[in-house]
Design a protein around this ligand. Sequence first.
Ligand SMILES: *[C@@H]1O[C@H](CO)[C@@H](O)[C@H](O)[C@H]1NC(C)=O
Ligand SMILES: *[C@@H]1O[C@H](CO)[C@@H](O)[C@H](O)[C@H]1NC(C)=O
Ligand SMILES: *[C@@H]1O[C@H](CO)[C@@H](O)[C@H](O)[C@H]1NC(C)=O
Length: 703
Amino acid sequence: MFFLVLLLLGGVSCSPAKRSQYGLIASPNYPKTYPNNNHSTWNISVPEGYHISLKFLVFDIEPSEGCTYDFVKVWADNKELGRFCGPPKSKSHPGHRLIVSEGTQMRIGFQSDFSNEEHGSTILYQGFQAYYQAVDNDECALPNDISAPWTPPCQHVCHNYIGGYFCSCLPGYKLQSDKRTCKVDCSSHLFTEESGYISSPGYPKPYPADLNCNYSIRVEEGFRISIAFVETFDIDSHPRALCPYDTLKVIGGGTLLGTYCGRKSPGTLKTSSNKVDILFHTDDSGDSKGWKLHYTTKAVKCPTPKAQDSFSIISPKQTEYQLRDYIVVSCKTGYQLMENDKELKTFTALCQKDGTWHRPMPRCQIVSCNSPDIPRNGLYTFLTKPKTVTYLSAITYSCNEPYYKMVTQRDSAKFTCREDRIWKDENGGVHIPICVPVCGKPSNPVTGHSRIINGAEAEAGNFPWQVLLLKNGRGGGILIGEHWVMTAAHVIREKADQANPDDANNLHVFIGDMDVEKLIKRSNLAVREVHVHPSYKFGYHDHDIALIRLKDPVTMDENTSPICLPGDGDESLYDAGTVGYVSGFGMTEKNKISNLLKYVALPMVQRDKCQEHLKKKQSTLPASSKIKGEKFTENMFCAGFPEAEKRQQDSCQGDSGGPYASQSGDKWVATGIVSWGIGCGSGYGYYTKVNNYMHWIKGHLNS
Ligand SMILES: *[C@@H]1O[C@H](CO)[C@@H](O)[C@H](O)[C@H]1NC(C)=O
Ligand SMILES: *[C@@H]1O[C@H](CO)[C@@H](O)[C@H](O)[C@H]1NC(C)=O
Ligand SMILES: *[C@@H]1O[C@H](CO)[C@@H](O)[C@H](O)[C@H]1NC(C)=O
């Protein structure tokens, strides 16, 4: 069969001959008769992969025995394919058969002699015309002559195409560089599943020769590959040399883990890598069965986390921790997570690819509170040992007794350092107790009634509430609280101008000693404000009461402490005959003012006697005397002894504003303020009745 489509062909000529794919050749002068004595040759050449097919279309050559005179000769493949002559139908006529070469060359020779002329005949021969064509070789086809030795062009599969052929290999095999032989392709097998089987090529049949296999297992980082050889293990070996022929090498993470051959299975290999290469090399001979392995992968494990101390809590608790597991560490109540010196709110650690925790375990450190607040005039003591301010340390508050007592919000003075680092009492309260001065409890209470003329000298601690006031002259005052001194209004006020008083001017307040000289050497108590009773009228003694507010609290001790104010039920202290103590620095001693604190015990007098005494005295006074207009009001009481008794015990000018103190039960109460009298030591003295001013006093004290 002829192929007319020859487009792929042509190309570069590699012989001097013409390389067209088809063409016509004809005898000289054709279609006229050919000349005598002519020799012509045609060399036909086609590209590799083709052969030549020749067909005579016209053939008319002078016949001769053996075609010795005129003939056409065809050569190819180093042999003569035919020698033709004669007219059509003659014996040596080529007919229409195809003359085919095996190779790419064909030579056609034509020869004529003189004989045409010699015979003088008129018969003329036309010559010949032939058509030639390049025909594709089917290199894959079996040869026609099957008896001759033949090597197939391809080891596995042959593919013919026009002008050539190529070979390919069965799956799993690779075409070698000779383009014809096939070898098992195991040079780059990649396994990425987390487990799998790998075996030698052809297993369980004997493996082929000349292998260079590379089976690579690649799994995710953080996983480790284990290899277990299963079933048969048989690799060609020599009893005395170490794997001289075929070898199986296992390389884990770039390190050679072993070279194996023979019939003893390597068993199980645990690599610590996620990259394993199995290299299988075979030489050109042998008939061993090979091997099979099962590989598996496991995530790396992290060590079981160890708590740094007994206060750490690790969760979750697992028997094993592996890649990407995480743990949370927290602390028991009252403990704080610490990473080195840094406080942590939370702690999480992750198991990493290399089998370590991504951060070191934290510590739990006991929580500390700040030092407890100390109440004014109080202290705290530890109830727990050691005396630290750490979680669950407990303290109890107390006040500086006996001069102070405690006022608590609730009723516990015990505070504990809590997990939130705050000291709290049993109910969770955070306000520490307050220490308030104890009133009416002198450190050395006076006993008995002094009957000494002009009063007795007080001992230390008899009247710790006694205050010395200096404002032009001397006056007395009564300590009734940390910030408050009570006195008589007339001691404070020195002029009638009520709208523009001078109450605080030049006012000095002292406390804490019984000797005036010593007292005034002390620093005086700074005054913040002065409140004279709003109803007080300059020049009279009704509402003769004033309050001094001190800037800083007075600290109480054995010589300084307040007296109580009268409470409900203390009205009976004003009953006639009830004895109270008047103290002061003003008592005269032979008309000389005293520099030492003195006191006198004086009984309350019936109110009508006080009135009577006043009237009698007023009648003896000159009209100019201020006392003339004085009235004995509901806001006063009088105390002392009648003039007739000549006991000369009384309060006097310098005592004004000082206390008239009564004992009520186990405490001392300021029932009166020394207010006025008519002469000193001459009959009853008049006092402001403190009980009538409780509302006004408390209004100020609580402000
Ligand atoms: C044969 O004939 C051809 C064509 O006429 C001519 O070119 C050639 O020279 C001849 N050859 C011989 C040897 O006569
Ligand atoms: C044809 O080929 C033969 C042998 O290869 C050679 O001797 C001859 O010179 C060639 N003729 C032409 C015309 O190329
Ligand atoms: C085997 O294949 C792996 C992965 O391609 C490669 O890293 C390694 O170098 C190869 N080993 C050899 C001996 O060719």
